[in-house]
Design a protein around this ligand. Structure first.
Ligand code: BG6
Length: 462
Protein backbone atom coordinates (compact mmCIF):
# COMPACT_ATOMS: atom_id res chain seq x y z
CA UNK A 1 0.00 0.00 0.00
CA UNK A 2 1.03 3.52 -0.66
CA UNK A 3 0.41 6.55 1.50
CA UNK A 4 -0.01 8.94 -1.40
CA UNK A 5 -3.31 10.18 -0.10
CA UNK A 6 -5.23 12.97 -1.87
CA UNK A 7 -7.16 15.83 -0.24
CA UNK A 8 -10.61 14.74 1.05
CA UNK A 9 -12.62 16.77 -1.43
CA UNK A 10 -10.43 15.98 -4.45
CA UNK A 11 -12.63 15.75 -7.56
CA UNK A 12 -11.79 12.48 -9.27
CA UNK A 13 -13.49 12.65 -12.62
CA UNK A 14 -13.32 11.45 -16.19
CA UNK A 15 -13.95 13.35 -19.42
CA UNK A 16 -15.78 13.18 -22.75
CA UNK A 17 -17.15 15.67 -25.27
CA UNK A 18 -20.56 15.80 -26.91
CA UNK A 19 -19.80 15.15 -30.58
CA UNK A 20 -17.38 12.37 -29.66
CA UNK A 21 -19.87 10.33 -27.62
CA UNK A 22 -23.45 11.40 -28.23
CA UNK A 23 -24.52 10.49 -31.75
CA UNK A 24 -28.16 11.42 -32.41
CA UNK A 25 -26.68 14.29 -34.37
CA UNK A 26 -29.97 15.34 -35.92
CA UNK A 27 -32.40 14.15 -33.27
CA UNK A 28 -34.88 16.21 -31.29
CA UNK A 29 -34.26 19.35 -33.27
CA UNK A 30 -30.47 19.35 -33.07
CA UNK A 31 -28.79 21.31 -35.87
CA UNK A 32 -25.48 20.37 -37.43
CA UNK A 33 -22.27 21.67 -35.95
CA UNK A 34 -18.82 22.28 -37.41
CA UNK A 35 -17.73 19.00 -35.79
CA UNK A 36 -20.54 17.11 -37.59
CA UNK A 37 -19.82 18.68 -40.96
CA UNK A 38 -16.10 18.12 -40.51
CA UNK A 39 -16.63 14.42 -39.80
CA UNK A 40 -18.55 13.71 -43.03
CA UNK A 41 -15.73 13.88 -45.59
CA UNK A 42 -13.78 11.33 -43.52
CA UNK A 43 -16.63 8.79 -43.71
CA UNK A 44 -14.67 6.47 -45.98
CA UNK A 45 -11.90 6.13 -43.37
CA UNK A 46 -13.71 6.36 -40.01
CA UNK A 47 -17.11 6.72 -38.42
CA UNK A 48 -18.77 10.13 -38.36
CA UNK A 49 -20.79 11.81 -35.61
CA UNK A 50 -24.18 10.36 -36.63
CA UNK A 51 -24.04 7.60 -34.01
CA UNK A 52 -20.61 7.98 -32.36
CA UNK A 53 -20.94 5.67 -29.31
CA UNK A 54 -24.62 6.51 -28.95
CA UNK A 55 -24.45 8.09 -25.51
CA UNK A 56 -27.58 10.02 -26.53
CA UNK A 57 -29.49 6.78 -26.03
CA UNK A 58 -27.22 5.09 -23.47
CA UNK A 59 -26.76 7.99 -21.06
CA UNK A 60 -28.59 6.35 -18.15
CA UNK A 61 -26.50 3.20 -18.43
CA UNK A 62 -23.37 5.33 -18.80
CA UNK A 63 -24.12 7.26 -15.61
CA UNK A 64 -24.63 3.94 -13.83
CA UNK A 65 -21.15 2.94 -14.93
CA UNK A 66 -19.77 6.26 -13.66
CA UNK A 67 -21.44 5.58 -10.35
CA UNK A 68 -19.97 2.11 -10.19
CA UNK A 69 -16.56 3.56 -11.01
CA UNK A 70 -16.98 5.95 -8.10
CA UNK A 71 -16.60 9.21 -10.02
CA UNK A 72 -16.86 12.35 -7.93
CA UNK A 73 -17.19 14.50 -11.04
CA UNK A 74 -17.78 14.10 -14.75
CA UNK A 75 -16.47 16.49 -17.38
CA UNK A 76 -18.67 16.57 -20.48
CA UNK A 77 -19.73 19.18 -23.01
CA UNK A 78 -23.08 20.51 -24.07
CA UNK A 79 -23.68 20.26 -27.78
CA UNK A 80 -24.22 23.91 -28.74
CA UNK A 81 -26.40 23.03 -31.74
CA UNK A 82 -28.74 20.93 -29.57
CA UNK A 83 -29.57 24.13 -27.68
CA UNK A 84 -29.44 26.59 -30.59
CA UNK A 85 -29.74 24.44 -33.73
CA UNK A 86 -28.60 27.20 -36.09
CA UNK A 87 -26.91 29.31 -33.46
CA UNK A 88 -28.92 32.47 -34.12
CA UNK A 89 -32.33 31.58 -32.65
CA UNK A 90 -33.67 33.79 -29.89
CA UNK A 91 -35.21 30.95 -27.89
CA UNK A 92 -33.40 27.67 -27.14
CA UNK A 93 -34.55 24.26 -28.31
CA UNK A 94 -36.46 22.85 -25.35
CA UNK A 95 -35.75 19.21 -26.30
CA UNK A 96 -32.03 19.97 -26.20
CA UNK A 97 -32.26 21.55 -22.77
CA UNK A 98 -34.34 18.60 -21.56
CA UNK A 99 -31.68 16.09 -22.55
CA UNK A 100 -29.05 17.84 -20.44
CA UNK A 101 -31.45 18.40 -17.56
CA UNK A 102 -32.04 14.65 -17.44
CA UNK A 103 -28.34 13.90 -17.65
CA UNK A 104 -27.41 16.43 -14.98
CA UNK A 105 -30.24 15.31 -12.67
CA UNK A 106 -29.02 11.74 -12.99
CA UNK A 107 -25.42 12.76 -12.24
CA UNK A 108 -26.39 14.81 -9.23
CA UNK A 109 -28.55 11.96 -7.93
CA UNK A 110 -25.45 9.76 -8.21
CA UNK A 111 -23.41 12.36 -6.27
CA UNK A 112 -21.34 13.15 -9.33
CA UNK A 113 -20.42 16.80 -9.72
CA UNK A 114 -20.97 17.94 -13.33
CA UNK A 115 -18.10 19.90 -14.89
CA UNK A 116 -19.50 21.33 -18.09
CA UNK A 117 -17.73 22.59 -21.21
CA UNK A 118 -19.85 25.06 -23.13
CA UNK A 119 -18.34 24.26 -26.50
CA UNK A 120 -15.96 21.52 -27.52
CA UNK A 121 -15.17 22.04 -31.24
CA UNK A 122 -18.88 22.27 -32.08
CA UNK A 123 -20.06 25.72 -33.09
CA UNK A 124 -23.44 25.47 -34.91
CA UNK A 125 -22.75 25.22 -38.62
CA UNK A 126 -25.61 27.66 -39.20
CA UNK A 127 -23.36 30.44 -37.88
CA UNK A 128 -20.60 29.48 -40.29
CA UNK A 129 -23.06 29.61 -43.19
CA UNK A 130 -24.58 32.88 -41.99
CA UNK A 131 -21.47 34.91 -41.32
CA UNK A 132 -18.39 32.68 -41.19
CA UNK A 133 -18.68 31.60 -37.53
CA UNK A 134 -16.00 32.70 -35.05
CA UNK A 135 -14.24 34.66 -37.79
CA UNK A 136 -17.02 37.25 -37.58
CA UNK A 137 -17.52 39.51 -34.60
CA UNK A 138 -21.24 38.66 -34.43
CA UNK A 139 -20.22 35.26 -33.06
CA UNK A 140 -19.40 36.91 -29.73
CA UNK A 141 -23.03 37.85 -29.11
CA UNK A 142 -24.27 34.43 -30.21
CA UNK A 143 -21.89 32.67 -27.84
CA UNK A 144 -22.72 34.97 -24.94
CA UNK A 145 -26.45 34.42 -25.51
CA UNK A 146 -25.89 30.64 -25.48
CA UNK A 147 -23.70 30.81 -22.35
CA UNK A 148 -26.33 32.94 -20.58
CA UNK A 149 -28.92 30.30 -21.21
CA UNK A 150 -26.67 27.52 -19.97
CA UNK A 151 -25.85 29.37 -16.77
CA UNK A 152 -29.49 30.21 -16.17
CA UNK A 153 -30.76 26.69 -16.80
CA UNK A 154 -28.04 24.62 -15.18
CA UNK A 155 -26.06 26.73 -12.74
CA UNK A 156 -27.91 25.66 -9.64
CA UNK A 157 -26.55 22.15 -10.23
CA UNK A 158 -23.42 22.92 -12.22
CA UNK A 159 -20.73 24.76 -10.28
CA UNK A 160 -17.76 24.12 -12.57
CA UNK A 161 -17.86 25.59 -16.07
CA UNK A 162 -15.37 25.52 -18.91
CA UNK A 163 -15.97 27.97 -21.75
CA UNK A 164 -14.16 26.89 -24.93
CA UNK A 165 -12.18 23.69 -25.36
CA UNK A 166 -8.69 23.98 -26.86
CA UNK A 167 -9.02 27.18 -28.78
CA UNK A 168 -5.37 26.97 -29.93
CA UNK A 169 -6.02 23.59 -31.57
CA UNK A 170 -8.94 24.97 -33.58
CA UNK A 171 -6.95 27.98 -34.66
CA UNK A 172 -4.13 25.85 -36.06
CA UNK A 173 -6.41 23.24 -37.67
CA UNK A 174 -8.43 25.95 -39.36
CA UNK A 175 -11.11 23.62 -40.75
CA UNK A 176 -12.19 23.09 -37.12
CA UNK A 177 -13.46 26.67 -37.33
CA UNK A 178 -15.29 25.95 -40.58
CA UNK A 179 -12.64 27.81 -42.61
CA UNK A 180 -12.37 26.55 -46.18
CA UNK A 181 -9.29 24.33 -46.55
CA UNK A 182 -8.78 25.47 -50.13
CA UNK A 183 -7.88 29.00 -49.14
CA UNK A 184 -4.20 29.86 -49.10
CA UNK A 185 -2.38 29.52 -45.79
CA UNK A 186 -2.04 33.23 -45.09
CA UNK A 187 -5.76 33.86 -45.60
CA UNK A 188 -6.65 30.90 -43.40
CA UNK A 189 -4.40 32.08 -40.57
CA UNK A 190 -5.61 35.65 -40.91
CA UNK A 191 -9.18 34.36 -40.46
CA UNK A 192 -8.27 31.91 -37.71
CA UNK A 193 -6.42 34.46 -35.54
CA UNK A 194 -9.27 36.90 -35.96
CA UNK A 195 -11.54 34.07 -34.75
CA UNK A 196 -9.14 33.51 -31.86
CA UNK A 197 -9.54 37.16 -30.87
CA UNK A 198 -13.33 36.92 -30.96
CA UNK A 199 -13.21 33.78 -28.80
CA UNK A 200 -11.11 35.67 -26.24
CA UNK A 201 -13.62 38.50 -26.12
CA UNK A 202 -16.58 36.11 -25.96
CA UNK A 203 -15.03 34.19 -23.09
CA UNK A 204 -14.17 37.36 -21.20
CA UNK A 205 -17.79 38.48 -21.40
CA UNK A 206 -18.92 35.11 -20.11
CA UNK A 207 -16.40 35.08 -17.25
CA UNK A 208 -17.67 38.46 -16.12
CA UNK A 209 -21.30 37.51 -16.46
CA UNK A 210 -20.72 34.35 -14.49
CA UNK A 211 -18.85 36.11 -11.64
CA UNK A 212 -21.46 38.88 -11.46
CA UNK A 213 -24.56 36.70 -11.53
CA UNK A 214 -23.43 33.27 -10.34
CA UNK A 215 -20.74 33.98 -7.77
CA UNK A 216 -20.76 30.41 -6.50
CA UNK A 217 -19.58 29.08 -9.85
CA UNK A 218 -16.02 28.58 -11.04
CA UNK A 219 -15.34 29.28 -14.70
CA UNK A 220 -12.28 29.01 -16.91
CA UNK A 221 -10.99 27.85 -20.30
CA UNK A 222 -9.96 24.28 -21.18
CA UNK A 223 -6.50 24.85 -22.61
CA UNK A 224 -4.36 22.43 -24.57
CA UNK A 225 -1.18 22.57 -22.51
CA UNK A 226 1.72 21.13 -24.43
CA UNK A 227 4.62 21.24 -22.02
CA UNK A 228 7.45 21.97 -24.41
CA UNK A 229 10.99 20.84 -23.68
CA UNK A 230 14.21 21.84 -25.44
CA UNK A 231 16.07 19.05 -27.21
CA UNK A 232 19.34 20.32 -25.68
CA UNK A 233 20.57 22.76 -23.06
CA UNK A 234 21.74 25.14 -25.79
CA UNK A 235 20.18 28.56 -25.33
CA UNK A 236 18.68 28.61 -28.84
CA UNK A 237 16.86 25.30 -28.27
CA UNK A 238 15.63 26.48 -24.88
CA UNK A 239 14.36 29.72 -26.37
CA UNK A 240 12.65 27.87 -29.22
CA UNK A 241 10.84 25.61 -26.72
CA UNK A 242 9.81 28.60 -24.64
CA UNK A 243 8.56 30.55 -27.63
CA UNK A 244 6.44 27.66 -28.85
CA UNK A 245 4.99 26.97 -25.42
CA UNK A 246 4.27 30.67 -24.84
CA UNK A 247 2.59 31.13 -28.18
CA UNK A 248 0.59 27.92 -28.23
CA UNK A 249 -0.39 27.35 -24.59
CA UNK A 250 0.48 30.27 -22.34
CA UNK A 251 -1.05 32.97 -24.53
CA UNK A 252 -4.41 31.28 -23.99
CA UNK A 253 -3.89 31.14 -20.24
CA UNK A 254 -2.34 34.62 -19.91
CA UNK A 255 -5.36 36.20 -21.57
CA UNK A 256 -7.80 34.23 -19.41
CA UNK A 257 -5.97 34.89 -16.14
CA UNK A 258 -4.37 38.33 -16.65
CA UNK A 259 -6.86 39.80 -19.12
CA UNK A 260 -4.15 41.18 -21.42
CA UNK A 261 -2.88 39.95 -24.78
CA UNK A 262 0.85 39.37 -24.33
CA UNK A 263 3.40 41.17 -26.48
CA UNK A 264 5.11 37.89 -27.47
CA UNK A 265 1.80 36.78 -29.02
CA UNK A 266 1.41 39.99 -31.01
CA UNK A 267 4.98 39.65 -32.26
CA UNK A 268 4.22 36.20 -33.67
CA UNK A 269 1.16 37.51 -35.47
CA UNK A 270 3.35 40.24 -36.93
CA UNK A 271 5.74 37.52 -38.13
CA UNK A 272 2.78 36.06 -39.99
CA UNK A 273 1.73 39.47 -41.36
CA UNK A 274 -1.57 39.17 -39.61
CA UNK A 275 -3.53 42.17 -38.49
CA UNK A 276 -6.33 41.82 -36.02
CA UNK A 277 -9.31 44.08 -36.31
CA UNK A 278 -10.28 45.44 -32.90
CA UNK A 279 -12.78 47.91 -31.48
CA UNK A 280 -12.49 50.54 -28.78
CA UNK A 281 -13.37 49.05 -25.41
CA UNK A 282 -12.04 45.56 -26.23
CA UNK A 283 -9.09 45.90 -23.85
CA UNK A 284 -11.46 46.69 -21.04
CA UNK A 285 -13.63 43.67 -21.85
CA UNK A 286 -10.58 41.41 -21.58
CA UNK A 287 -9.45 43.10 -18.41
CA UNK A 288 -12.83 42.84 -16.70
CA UNK A 289 -13.58 39.24 -17.59
CA UNK A 290 -11.11 36.76 -16.16
CA UNK A 291 -11.18 33.09 -15.35
CA UNK A 292 -11.00 31.92 -11.75
CA UNK A 293 -9.58 28.50 -12.51
CA UNK A 294 -7.71 26.73 -15.29
CA UNK A 295 -8.84 23.62 -17.13
CA UNK A 296 -5.72 21.96 -18.46
CA UNK A 297 -5.73 19.24 -21.11
CA UNK A 298 -2.41 17.43 -20.70
CA UNK A 299 -1.28 14.31 -22.58
CA UNK A 300 2.47 14.41 -23.14
CA UNK A 301 5.48 16.60 -23.67
CA UNK A 302 6.70 17.99 -26.97
CA UNK A 303 10.43 18.16 -27.54
CA UNK A 304 11.79 20.71 -29.99
CA UNK A 305 15.02 22.07 -31.37
CA UNK A 306 15.59 25.43 -33.01
CA UNK A 307 15.94 25.46 -36.80
CA UNK A 308 18.96 27.69 -36.89
CA UNK A 309 18.72 28.20 -40.65
CA UNK A 310 15.14 29.50 -40.36
CA UNK A 311 14.14 33.14 -40.78
CA UNK A 312 14.22 34.59 -37.24
CA UNK A 313 11.15 36.62 -38.14
CA UNK A 314 9.25 33.63 -39.53
CA UNK A 315 6.28 32.02 -37.80
CA UNK A 316 7.23 29.99 -34.73
CA UNK A 317 6.18 26.67 -36.27
CA UNK A 318 8.73 27.30 -39.04
CA UNK A 319 11.50 28.00 -36.55
CA UNK A 320 11.38 24.63 -34.79
CA UNK A 321 11.69 20.93 -35.50
CA UNK A 322 9.96 18.35 -33.36
CA UNK A 323 12.39 15.79 -31.95
CA UNK A 324 11.65 12.22 -30.89
CA UNK A 325 13.27 11.09 -27.63
CA UNK A 326 14.42 7.49 -28.13
CA UNK A 327 14.24 6.90 -24.37
CA UNK A 328 10.50 7.53 -24.24
CA UNK A 329 7.65 5.27 -25.22
CA UNK A 330 5.34 6.69 -27.91
CA UNK A 331 1.80 5.74 -28.92
CA UNK A 332 1.28 4.62 -32.46
CA UNK A 333 0.13 8.20 -33.10
CA UNK A 334 3.33 9.80 -31.78
CA UNK A 335 2.27 10.96 -28.29
CA UNK A 336 4.91 10.22 -25.68
CA UNK A 337 4.72 8.75 -22.18
CA UNK A 338 6.45 11.37 -20.02
CA UNK A 339 4.75 11.64 -16.60
CA UNK A 340 7.47 13.76 -15.00
CA UNK A 341 6.57 16.29 -17.69
CA UNK A 342 3.19 16.63 -15.98
CA UNK A 343 4.73 17.59 -12.65
CA UNK A 344 7.13 19.95 -14.38
CA UNK A 345 4.27 21.50 -16.34
CA UNK A 346 2.11 21.93 -13.24
CA UNK A 347 5.00 23.61 -11.44
CA UNK A 348 5.37 26.03 -14.35
CA UNK A 349 1.66 26.88 -14.13
CA UNK A 350 1.95 27.59 -10.45
CA UNK A 351 5.00 29.82 -10.96
CA UNK A 352 3.15 31.82 -13.58
CA UNK A 353 -0.26 31.99 -11.84
CA UNK A 354 0.48 31.45 -8.14
CA UNK A 355 -2.06 29.24 -6.42
CA UNK A 356 -4.50 29.24 -9.33
CA UNK A 357 -6.94 26.32 -8.93
CA UNK A 358 -6.22 23.76 -11.64
CA UNK A 359 -8.43 20.97 -12.97
CA UNK A 360 -6.65 18.50 -15.22
CA UNK A 361 -9.52 18.29 -17.67
CA UNK A 362 -7.96 15.66 -19.98
CA UNK A 363 -5.07 13.24 -19.60
CA UNK A 364 -4.96 9.91 -21.37
CA UNK A 365 -3.30 7.12 -23.30
CA UNK A 366 -4.54 5.79 -26.65
CA UNK A 367 -4.32 2.23 -28.00
CA UNK A 368 -5.88 -0.01 -30.60
CA UNK A 369 -7.91 -2.48 -28.55
CA UNK A 370 -10.14 -5.47 -28.91
CA UNK A 371 -12.50 -7.37 -26.75
CA UNK A 372 -11.24 -10.82 -25.91
CA UNK A 373 -13.72 -13.07 -24.13
CA UNK A 374 -15.55 -10.08 -22.71
CA UNK A 375 -12.40 -8.42 -21.38
CA UNK A 376 -10.01 -5.67 -22.41
CA UNK A 377 -6.56 -5.79 -20.88
CA UNK A 378 -4.94 -2.36 -21.03
CA UNK A 379 -1.81 -2.48 -18.85
CA UNK A 380 -0.19 0.47 -20.59
CA UNK A 381 -3.13 2.71 -19.74
CA UNK A 382 -2.98 1.53 -16.14
CA UNK A 383 0.67 2.41 -15.93
CA UNK A 384 -0.03 5.78 -17.59
CA UNK A 385 -2.71 6.47 -14.96
CA UNK A 386 -0.49 5.28 -12.13
CA UNK A 387 2.52 7.34 -13.16
CA UNK A 388 0.56 10.52 -13.92
CA UNK A 389 -1.45 10.33 -10.71
CA UNK A 390 1.82 9.86 -8.85
CA UNK A 391 3.37 12.94 -10.50
CA UNK A 392 0.20 14.93 -9.87
CA UNK A 393 0.39 13.94 -6.21
CA UNK A 394 4.00 15.13 -6.09
CA UNK A 395 2.99 18.41 -7.70
CA UNK A 396 0.34 18.88 -5.01
CA UNK A 397 3.07 18.31 -2.40
CA UNK A 398 5.09 20.96 -4.25
CA UNK A 399 2.24 23.38 -3.54
CA UNK A 400 0.35 23.30 -6.84
CA UNK A 401 -3.38 23.76 -6.33
CA UNK A 402 -4.74 20.85 -8.40
CA UNK A 403 -8.28 20.04 -7.32
CA UNK A 404 -9.53 17.67 -10.02
CA UNK A 405 -8.25 14.98 -12.38
CA UNK A 406 -10.22 13.82 -15.41
CA UNK A 407 -8.71 11.07 -17.53
CA UNK A 408 -9.55 11.18 -21.21
CA UNK A 409 -11.75 9.41 -21.67
CA UNK A 410 -14.47 7.94 -19.53
CA UNK A 411 -15.62 5.75 -22.40
CA UNK A 412 -14.26 4.87 -25.85
CA UNK A 413 -15.26 7.56 -28.27
CA UNK A 414 -14.76 8.93 -31.71
CA UNK A 415 -11.20 10.24 -31.57
CA UNK A 416 -10.98 13.74 -32.95
CA UNK A 417 -8.25 12.74 -35.38
CA UNK A 418 -8.53 8.98 -35.78
CA UNK A 419 -12.05 7.58 -35.35
CA UNK A 420 -12.59 4.38 -33.37
CA UNK A 421 -9.18 2.91 -34.05
CA UNK A 422 -7.61 5.05 -31.39
CA UNK A 423 -9.26 4.26 -28.06
CA UNK A 424 -8.80 6.13 -24.80
CA UNK A 425 -11.67 4.87 -22.64
CA UNK A 426 -11.85 3.24 -19.24
CA UNK A 427 -14.98 1.62 -20.67
CA UNK A 428 -14.81 -0.26 -23.97
CA UNK A 429 -17.59 0.19 -26.53
CA UNK A 430 -18.19 -2.75 -28.80
CA UNK A 431 -18.26 -1.09 -32.19
CA UNK A 432 -15.74 -0.42 -34.92
CA UNK A 433 -15.51 2.38 -37.45
CA UNK A 434 -17.84 0.69 -39.90
CA UNK A 435 -19.76 -1.80 -37.81
CA UNK A 436 -22.07 -0.32 -35.20
CA UNK A 437 -22.61 -3.76 -33.62
CA UNK A 438 -24.56 -3.55 -30.36
CA UNK A 439 -22.53 -0.75 -28.74
CA UNK A 440 -22.37 -2.84 -25.57
CA UNK A 441 -20.20 -1.38 -22.82
CA UNK A 442 -17.43 -3.42 -21.12
CA UNK A 443 -15.24 -2.36 -18.22
CA UNK A 444 -11.55 -2.46 -19.11
CA UNK A 445 -8.88 -3.43 -16.58
CA UNK A 446 -8.08 0.29 -16.22
CA UNK A 447 -11.66 0.87 -15.02
CA UNK A 448 -11.00 -1.41 -12.05
CA UNK A 449 -7.61 0.18 -11.39
CA UNK A 450 -9.04 3.70 -11.35
CA UNK A 451 -11.97 2.50 -9.22
CA UNK A 452 -9.50 1.41 -6.52
CA UNK A 453 -7.79 4.82 -6.60
CA UNK A 454 -11.16 6.51 -6.16
CA UNK A 455 -12.28 4.17 -3.38
CA UNK A 456 -9.14 4.78 -1.35
CA UNK A 457 -8.55 8.39 -2.48
CA UNK A 458 -4.91 7.42 -2.94
CA UNK A 459 -2.48 6.11 -5.51
CA UNK A 460 -2.66 2.34 -5.94
CA UNK A 461 0.10 0.04 -7.12
CA UNK A 462 -0.27 -0.94 -10.77
C1 BG6 B 1 -7.93 16.89 -27.16
C2 BG6 B 1 -9.38 17.12 -27.40
O1 BG6 B 1 -7.28 17.66 -28.13
O2 BG6 B 1 -7.37 15.67 -27.40
C3 BG6 B 1 -10.22 15.86 -27.52
O3 BG6 B 1 -9.95 18.00 -26.47
C4 BG6 B 1 -9.44 14.81 -28.30
O4 BG6 B 1 -11.43 16.18 -28.13
C5 BG6 B 1 -8.16 14.50 -27.52
O5 BG6 B 1 -10.16 13.63 -28.53
C6 BG6 B 1 -7.31 13.45 -28.16
O6 BG6 B 1 -7.07 13.75 -29.51
P1 BG6 B 1 -7.38 12.65 -30.60
O7 BG6 B 1 -7.14 13.30 -31.92
O8 BG6 B 1 -6.45 11.54 -30.31
O9 BG6 B 1 -8.81 12.26 -30.41
Amino acid sequence: MTNEQFPDNFLWGAATSAFQVEGGNQEDGKGLSVADIRSYPKRHQQLDTTVSVDHYHHWREDVQLMKELGLKSYRFSINWSRIFPNGDEVEPNQAGLRFYHHLIDELVAANIEPMVTMTHFDQPYGLVKKYGGWVDRRSIADFVKYAKWLLKEFSPQVRYWLTINEQAVMVLATDMLGIDDHLDEHTRYQMAYQANYHMWLAQAEVYKLCHDEYPNCMIGPAVSYITTLPASRKSYDMLAAKELEDFYSFAQMDVAIHGVIPKYFENELANLNIEISTQPGDEQVLQEGRANYLGVNWYCTTIVEARRDADPNGFIFRRINRVIDPDLLYTEWGWNFDPVGLRYGLRQLNDRYPNIPIAITECGWSEREELIEGKVHDPQRISYLHDHIHQMWLAIQDGVNVFSFNPWSFIDLLSNGDGMEKRYGLVFVDRTNFDEKNQKRYKKDSFYYYQKVLQTNSLQPN
